[in-house]
Design a protein around this ligand. Structure first.
Ligand code: ZN
Ligand code: ZN
Ligand code: FE
Length: 751
């Protein structure tokens, strides 16, 4: 029997052909395999049972970096060949094969790295078909050495022999290299001169241990590193980087070292040791040896493990965890170009540990939390991108979705496939906007998408919207922000609705021009109705209310207690009165239904903080303060049917009463979360009954809050409802572009 199989998905540059070669050999089959513009094509011939086994095992045992989307097979006439061969790729045809994400160093490479007998002993760029750089070094497709940033390195005879041997782990490993032929590391001092030439990594480690700040060129960009336990070094780094309170990520040498910093459950450990190697946010261990300035006043720490050979070597020599934060100045994008890095990081770092393998596309570290219902992605970037995410229906036309403004990602799509970009950042400065524009060009080229339709947020002032509306020769489609959040969650689960959507968010432009963010939706991808919302209040002073949560406390307290209230500690009486007056008059104070602002108010009322240096800070601290074992709750009422209004006034009155009676913060914070979860669930139960629905999709930036997400999910399941929640994409605005793409696909495919 002879069969032909076409394999689609991320199957090139991941060792798929040698895998097929070995599998066929093992089963005694003849035939061939090749890469073409659509993926992998193969034919196998042999005994009927052996061919059937081959086809069963083909997707099931695929190499670790492969992501098989589909295998289609057909029978063909037997040819009576005598062997199995890996054939050369035919040329021509549009590129449609997928680029793999970057992958952390594999076990085999690690063993070689630390083996004195291996020819790559302590070589900081060791990699193989199962690991190493991919997305960040790809300039174009097909994925082949000349189209990567390895083009400038000519393989030595030994590396080439591995590269050409189908039985070798480095067969067609495009970044394959060794100390004789590949990239090398240098340490550069403040004077721009090479420093510690004999062993740059050991010299850098020595400087780190002694308290220096070192800029380190990594996989997707530069990090700024210093010793995690050294308060003076960390405080200096913060000051030079102009970063106020946002926690800094840590890198620990191994799982044991990570355990000394944070409490790790099975979910966290799985994420930490996986080949994607994200920053995992977990509960800080009491007494963890970490400088106060690493993450001031937070219950959690963000920790990752080494993911390049250079990191492994560095951490081994340092012997203690390092701060490893993005190499940038406050909100700018991470530096990835050498010259630019020298310029931008020169005033922050004491030393530069660099190498000569160019980074083609900047990619931040991904950030993730483990939750009861699976991983919760906070930032999707290195290790995950550019993995394709399917659309639940065929998009009739190739499209580009430009996403939102903060935590921007964009998305290109054609057919059923969507590629969501890496985290671009907040589109608030020229550098980030430039990164957005060049990223779009890169994705359109690499995935061969020539958009006919461009999808954007309704917010007229988002720079992403402006960009979309300036494009020529394309159709444009505006999508409401929270509809996009809802759609993103439905679509990643392969669903189109109808369902109920609970979108708890910071800020989004509403169809009525007000600021939405606590929305109950009913519908699906193609159409949605806003059937309920959090009770509207004023945001006194507009955007300032985001930076100063006490302003939201002021209006919510007055609404809840029905009378003017005395100022919160630390706020002068006349400022308080001015803000209360703004709230009453509505001058310069837009109406909002934002759940994020309600969290801000609660955090301020409970004395956690009156001002924040980044959005979501107050909410994160409120979550961090909560007793996770507490089950009692305040009551979130809802009134009306059309629309259904979630009215948190009585909940806030209970909160104030608890605060005034001196109840422990851990209890009040827990009761606040539990009350919202229960209120959301009963409102959804009402909507489900009225509309004959059984599914609820949770999304929006507020659901980055693990406690709220877990409690709400539990309550909904308890009410007999089915819960969908973001898993592969962030619930925050990083998921908006994919939601926009899904909505466009649905709207365009409906006649
Ligand atoms: Zn490897
Ligand atoms: Zn070599
Ligand atoms: Fe949002």
């Amino acid at each position: 029997m002879r069969a032909r199989a076409r394999v689609e998905g991320t199957v090139q540059g991941v060792g798929f052909r040698p895998y097929v070669f070995k599998l066929a050999g093992e089963l005694g089959l003849t035939g061939w395999v090749l890469n073409d513009e659509r993926g992998v094509l193969l034919e196998v011939e042999g005994a009927e049972q052996a061919v059937a086994t081959f086809l069963d095992r083909l997707p099931a045992e695929a190499p670790p970096l492969a992501a098989v989307d589909s295998v289609t097979t057909e029978r063909c006439p037997a040819l009576g060949e005598t062997g199995f061969e890996i054939r050369a790729s035919p040329t021509g045809g549009p590129p449609d094969a997928l680029v793999a994400p970057d992958s952390a160093t594999c076990e085999d490479c690690l063993r070689e790295l630390f083996d004195p007998a291996d020819r790559r002993h302590r070589y900081p760029f060791i990699n193989c078909t199962n690991c190493g750089p991919r997305f960040t070094i790809v300039r174009g497709v097909p994925y082949d050495r000349p189209l990567t940033t390895m083009a400038g390195f000519e393989m030595c005879a030994r590396c080439r022999a591995e590269y050409e041997d189908p039985a070798d782990r480095r067969f067609h490993a495009q970044p394959n290299a060794c100390a004789d032929c590949g990239p090398s590391v240098r340490l550069i001092g403040m004077d721009g001169e090479a420093d510690g030439d004999a062993n740059p990594i050991a010299a850098a480690a020595g400087a780190l241990v002694a308290g220096a700040i070192v800029a380190i060129k990594g996989l997707g960009g530069y990090h700024l590193a210093c010793s995690a336990a050294d308060e003076r070094a960390v405080a200096t780094l913060r000051e030079r980087k102009r970063r106020e309170d946002r926690p800094l990520a840590l890198m620990a040498a191994d799982l044991d070292a990570a355990r000394s910093l944070v409490e790790l459950g099975a979910g966290e450990e799985e994420l930490l040791v996986g080949r994607r190697c994200p920053i995992v946010i977990a509960r800080r261990r009491p007494g963890a040896r970490v400088a106060e300035s690493v993450a001031p006043r937070t219950a959690d720490l963000g920790v990752m493990l080494p993911y390049t050979p250079l990191h492994h070597l560095l951490l081994e020599v340092c012997g203690a965890p390092l701060v490893m934060t993005s190499g940038n100045l406050s909100d700018e994008p991470i530096a990835h170009d050498d010259e630019d890095a020298q310029k931008r990081l020169g005033a922050i770092a004491d030393l530069f540990l660099v190498h000569d393998r160019p980074i083609h596309i900047r990619t931040d570290d991904s950030v993730i939390r483990a939750t009861a219902g699976g991983p919760l992605v906070i930032r999707r970037a290195r290790g995950y991108v550019p993995g394709a995410i399917k659309l639940p229906l065929e998009s009739a036309r190739p499209l580009l979705a430009v996403g939102a403004e903060l935590k921007n990602t964009f998305c290109v799509a054609k057919g059923r496939r969507a590629w969501v970009s890496h985290h671009i950042g907040d589109l608030e400065n020229w550098e980030t906007l430039e990164s957005f524009r060049s990223g779009i060009e890169h994705f359109e080229r690499v995935f061969d998408v020539r958009p006919e339709v461009v999808v954007h947020d309704l917010h007229p002032e988002y720079l992403s919207t402006t960009h979309a509306l300036e494009l020529e020769g394309v159709e444009t489609l505006g999508v409401q922000h929270h509809h996009a959040h809802f759609a993103a969650c439905l679509a990643e689960h392969g669903e189109q609705g109808p369902a109920i959507g609970v979108v708890f968010d910071g800020t989004g432009y509403g169809e009525d021009g007000t600021v939405w963010g606590g929305e109950l939706l009913v519908g699906g991808l193609a159409h949605v109705e806003r059937v309920g919302m959090l009770a509207p209040v004023r945001m006194p002073g507009g955007e300032r209310a985001i930076r100063e949560p006490w302003r939201m406390a002021c209006v919510w307290l007055e609404a809840a207690l029905g009378e003017p209230v005395s100022p919160l500690p630390g706020i002068e009486a006349d400022r308080w009165e001015q803000v209360a007056a703004l709230g009453r008059s509505g001058v310069a104070s837009p109406i909002t239904t934002s759940a994020g602002r309600l969290f801000d108010a609660a955090a301020a009322i409970l004395g956690l903080r009156t001002e924040v240096s980044y959005e979501g800070q107050a909410a994160a601290e409120l979550e961090g303060a909560a007793d996770l074992g507490e089950r009692s709750s305040y009551e979130l009422e809802f009134v009306g049917d059309d629309p259904l209004v979630l009215d948190p006034r009585s909940l806030l009155r209970e909160l104030v009463a608890d605060r005034d009676s001196g109840t422990d913060l851990a209890l009040t914070a827990a009761r606040f979360h539990n009350g919202l979860a229960a209120g959301i669930a009963s409102a959804c139960a009402r909507l489900a009954e009225a509309g004959g629905l059984d599914t609820v999709a949770l999304s929006g930036g507020v659901f980055q809050n693990r406690l709220l997400l877990e409690r709400t999910s539990e309550q909904l399941v308890g009410a007999g409802l089915r819960v969908l929640r973001p898993v592969r994409l962030p619930p925050n605005d990083g998921g908006i572009s994919y939601g926009q793409a899904a909505i466009a696909a649905a709207s365009l495919s409906t006649p």
